[in-house]
Design a binder for this molecule. Structure first.
Ligand SMILES: NC(=O)C1=CN([C@@H]2O[C@H](COP(=O)(O)OP(=O)(O)OC[C@H]3O[C@@H](n4cnc5c(N)ncnc54)[C@H](OP(=O)(O)O)[C@@H]3O)[C@@H](O)[C@H]2O)C=CC1
Ligand SMILES: O=C(O)C1=N[C@H](C(=O)O)C[C@H](O)C1
Length: 252
């Protein structure tokens, strides 16, 4: 029988970190060797000889955590949001100097959400209009969500590849924020409501028809199959992978 994968969790006292700690403890073939939160020294990861670290911390800390892990030769599975092209580019460059080390940055680990994004990319070329609405618990610090940004970027790329022009919008009179954020030409709206966990709708419109693609995470356990898949596969994926869709072969 092979040795279990030695796993560290960063942000272990948070909502996602605590759920991940439980999932790793209950999963076969994994061993939780370090649980780290704000103020703890990241050297605990290497002291415990962790092979994979999962990061569910905060947007202001996650990039530095990943660089420290890469320097230590520890594979990283990252769910924390706040990444952009520049920060992802710095990690990609860093990994060129750390052959064999893998980093997965996934804005959403829920299988339903990853499929919803894939379906939206598939549908995008056939619709004149598209907007994204994300709905979350009010303790979330970033808006729009990482998932909504990733969705809008994927939809915008699919539209561009199909030669579609801008989404029609005659708005000339407006209040700031009324039309949401512009992500690569796709409008993204963020709702924050007590009682919600993580939800998203992609609305695609044509004359006389509407396609709504909706995904709901009612409980944070919904993210765990994706997190465990990432932990199990990351050592075999050197370099930077952005999005769980690549592990599910849904990236087309
Ligand atoms: N990819 C996905 O599928 C999902 C991603 N997320 C994302 O994950 C992130 C965390 O979400 P959530 O768990 O709800 O947030 P929480 O605020 O509940 O948890 C974050 C935890 O990280 C701790 N922390 C802060 N800085 C550090 C650091 N430098 N090192 C270690 N720990 C640190 C915080 O401590 P303190 O409170 O003391 O600052 C807190 O305990 C967010 O970016 C969220 O958007 C969430 C759900 C799913
Ligand atoms: O903060 C959250 O809760 C979530 N964050 C991620 C995001 O910003 O997309 C994933 C999921 O939506 C839950």
């Amino acid at each position: 029988m092979s040795e279990p994968i030695r796993v560290a969790v960063l942000g272990a006292s948070g909502r996602m970190g605590a759920t991940t700690v439980r999932a790793v403890q209950e999963a076969g073939g994994l061993e939780l060797v370090a649980a780290i939160d704000a103020g703890d020294d990241l050297r605990a990861v290497t002291d415990a000889a962790a092979q994979v670290a999962v990061d569910f911390t905060v947007p202001s800390a996650t990039e530095q955590n990943v660089h420290t892990l890469v320097d230590a030769g520890v594979h990283a599975v990252v769910g924390t949001t706040g990444w952009d092209d520049a920060s992802l580019g710095r990690v990609r460059d860093h990994l060129l100097r750390a052959p064999g080390v893998g980093v997965l940055v996934a804005p959403n680990f829920a299988l339903g959400a990853v499929l919803a994004m894939s379906f939206a990319r598939q549908a995008a070329r056939w619709f004149e209009s598209v907007e994204v609405v994300e709905l979350h618990h009010p303790d979330k610090v970033d808006a729009p969500s990482g998932t909504a940004r990733h969705t809008a970027q994927g939809v915008a790329a699919a539209r561009a590849a199909a030669g579609l022009g801008p989404v029609p919008d005659a708005t000339t009179h407006t209040l700031d924020g009324a039309r949401g954020a512009d992500v690569d030409g796709v409008r993204v709206h963020a709702v924050r409501l007590r009682g919600l966990v993580a939800h998203e709708e992609i609305l695609l419109g044509n004359p006389g028809e509407l396609l709504t693609i909706r995904t709901d995470s009612f409980d944070r356990v919904s993210f765990m199959p994706g997190v465990l898949l990432g932990i199990r596969q990351i050592a075999g994926r050197p370099g930077l992978t952005v999005g769980l869709e690549h592990l599910l072969e849904l990236h087309g």
